[in-house]
Design a binder for this molecule. Sequence first.
Ligand SMILES: [Zn+2]
Ligand SMILES: [Zn+2]
Length: 464
Amino acid sequence: MSTSKPAGPNAAAATDKSEKKPHISDTPITWSNWYQHVNWMNVYFIGFLPLAGVVATIWTPLRFYTFCWSIFYYFCTGLGITAGYHRLWAHKSYSASFPLELFLALCGGGAVEGSIRWWSRDHRAHHRYTDTNKDPYSVRKGLLYSHLGWMVMKQNPKRIGRTDITDLNENSIVVWQHRHYVWVALGMGIIFPSVVAGLLWDDWVGGLVYAGICRIFFVQQATFCVNSLAHWLGDQPFDDRNSPRDHVVTALVTLGEGYHNFHHEFPSDYRNAIQWWQYDPTKWFIWTMKQLGLAHNLKQFRSNEIEKGRVQQLQKKLDQTRAKLDWGTPLEQLPVMEWDDYVEQAKAGRALIAVAGVVHDLSGFINDHPGGRALILSGVGKDATGMFNGGVYNHSNAAHNLLSTLRVGVIRGGMEVEIWKRAHSSDGTLKDGTVLKDEMGNRIIRAGNQVTKLPEPVQGAGAA
Ligand SMILES: [Zn+2]
Ligand SMILES: [Zn+2]
């Protein structure tokens, strides 16, 4: 069909002849030239034809057998694209026997989305240059563009990123299908579904309208969603630097191609969904073909590799969440106080408490203290390290976290800070006095590792 036009030999020849003239897609759209920007052949195949089919349903009764046949043939042609065009030819995620290749080439042709050769070349460019100007259907140009616009509007074939398709040029079925594409599309898209319904239950027109034209419309829109919806809706559990996303709705619409974040990370894996309960009928189809001896060499990434990607992305999300929290002023940014100065300020009425060599101002917290006001007051102006760490009450990790947000200074020569540094250099939190930081440069404080926390609790008399 026409979708192969922009990249076809005719288009290339036309470009050569008018080398100096810019490609129409590189000129601005005006009232006088807009119709030249439109790829009318594609508009016919993905616009007018389906519309005509929808209109024809008004006076074409839908018979039960034809309905069932339309659904069945929808899955056949859909799998032609997903299991054939996509996972077999574009990504080589498994090997197929001759009968399976022929079945997929014919059914895929019946989806009327261009030849295998053209489709796979663009798809390889899409993976290699995702979200860039060389991506033939970059979602960065808009959701509608990635869904339909890239086919409706003419594209400069020279803009699309180059990819290697020598393997496809050496595949006799791919070459044959490309050469006779118009006949394959017409035969498998329109004539075959009509003939089946006509010969078996005498519903030629119903077969043409429902199993032919309307089914083409649904299969096209469903598979176009891989380029649009799968780059727009859902989560990014493996990498969020590009647009591909995972979502069950996209999977339901696209015969399992909806786990697209995974797919862009592991494109040569024959699966899109890696959990058994996720909807991926294309994977189930390929697996079944393997059991029947028609497919082999199913490629699969080790779960160790998959989990590494997932953990790294989780870590990134965690770092972003951590960066939003108040962890208190970093120790090195706190002013250094003399011990006498600290005692004097406390005497003057400021509710300062030193724990592990760090001075905290509890003025705003004193009335909210779960252990009561009196206990805090008993520690003001003193070294409350022992009291805080079990001498009176062995405070929780949450209490240490809260305390850290109230710190206002460090005691000069504060021995506890030095002790803490030494104690923590052995367990990986601190090495040679350096602090463990995330990739954004923010300090990581693990539970129980606040500077105010002593490695061993002080044994005290009673608790508050
Ligand atoms: Zn994609
Ligand atoms: Zn792909």
